[in-house]
Design a protein around this ligand. Structure first.
Ligand SMILES: C[S@@+](CC[C@H](N)C(=O)[O-])C[C@H]1O[C@@H](n2cnc3c(N)ncnc32)[C@H](O)[C@@H]1O
Length: 335
């Protein structure tokens, strides 16, 4: 059951929400942008064993006792995740990518980095690890008996060596765009790429907390910018993106904004419904989101960054004197 890629959705594209109690998983394949509300393992098992996904991107439940998960022993949790991954891999296209975004499982105060636990599962399928992207963020709880955790990782695997990787759409501003070659045949010409630099493998993207523009009722949604960077670099227009644990469809929002197709699975009806609304807004062009390349907010500009009793003093503006002008002429009053 393969579908022709659409270069671009022609508005008004309609997102679909298929309910597992009424529809079969095949229904989700009839739309370019769909959420299947139900269990992801059941969904996958019902799909034909054909490679249809260009990119699988997800943040699975971490087994830390969130409202949507029952905390299980680590072994049981990994067995369950393996069953799902075993269903996904044959449905991933040759040259396709898989991004599994994980943090730590906490066991009696001991941390278990989940990427270490997941790695053998992906390896057993012959996938190749291309990057272990560190997603660094600034907000979270403070821990008392260890350093507060402020990063998670995205394990980026490809199926095969001939995979899509578009660097130009995700380049970020270079540190020194004015730098020039100082010797050799290119001496005097700019040394960097005018489109910017490779965003590297440590990404500082704010996590979605209360005053984030993308905040919904979901306790741990992806920032759209994080997925946007993955989708732009690892897929071409019209590609099919699959998120087996789609929550409020943040991956779908990134996919729809950039002309990619999307299927998500979400077990909780309220999240699936909220995901549908967001997906439709993205298709309509009205989704509010924080792009991946937006500079980080400088918290020192906020009055909240002042210590109690401290008063913000305006930066003193230095009066220009004749000697300040390097050419020795009087200023013409230019601002
Ligand atoms: C870490 S959250 C993912 C959030 C998502 N990345 C977003 O931006 O909204 C994991 C999601 O998996 C869902 N989930 C848990 N078990 C599931 C299952 N068996 N099938 C489908 N979804 C499931 C949870 O309800 C939760 O929304």
């Amino acid at each position: 059951m393969t579908r022709k890629p659409t270069e671009k959705h022609t508005p008004p594209a309609k997102a679909l929400l298929a309910d597992s109690s009424k529809s079969s998983p095949a229904v989700a394949l009839t739309a370019d942008h769909a959420i299947w509300q139900g269990d992801t393992e059941a969904f996958l098992k019902a799909l034909p064993l054909e490679p249809i996904f260009d990119l699988v991107v997800t943040s699975p439940p971490y087994n830390i006792g969130k409202e949507y998960e029952k905390k299980a022993g680590l072994d049981k949790y990994l067995e369950w995740q393996k069953r799902i991954i075993d269903e996904i891999i044959p449905r991933l296209k040759e040259g396709g990518s898989l991004c599994w975004q994980v943090g730590n499982y906490i066991d009696n105060g001991e941390i278990v980095p989940l990427d270490i636990e997941f790695a053998p599962i992906f390896k057993s399928h012959g996938l190749k690890l291309r990057n272990r992207i560190v997603w660094q963020f600034g907000h979270g709880l403070h821990t008392k008996k260890r350093f507060s955790g402020r990063y998670e990782v995205v394990m980026w695997y490809t199926k095969g060596d001939d995979y899509v990787f578009n660097l130009d759409p995700v380049r970020v501003p270079a540190k020194y765009p004015g730098k020039k070659h100082f010797k050799g045949p290119n001496a005097g010409t700019y040394s960097g790429n005018p489109l910017g630099k490779n965003p590297e493998d440590v990404w500082s993207i704010p996590n979605v907390k209360s005053n984030h523009v993308e905040k919904t009722g979901h306790p741990c949604q992806f920032p759209v910018g994080l997925i946007e960077r993955l989708i732009l670099s690892m897929t071409n227009a019209g590609a099919l993106v699959f998120d087996p644990f789609s929550g409020v469809a943040s991956s779908g929002v990134a996919a729809a904004i950039h002309g990619r197709r999307f299927i998500g699975c979400e077990i909780m009806p309220a999240y699936a419904k909220s995901g549908l609304t967001r997906l439709q807004e993205a298709l309509d062009g009205s989704a509010r989101y924080r792009p991946h390349d937006k500079p980080l907010y400088d918290h020192t500009k906020s009055n909240l960054s002042l210590k109690p009793g401290e008063v913000r003093t305006k930066k003193p503006t230095k009066k220009k004197t004749k000697s300040d002008n390097s050419n020795g002429q009087e200023s013409r009053g230019e601002k």
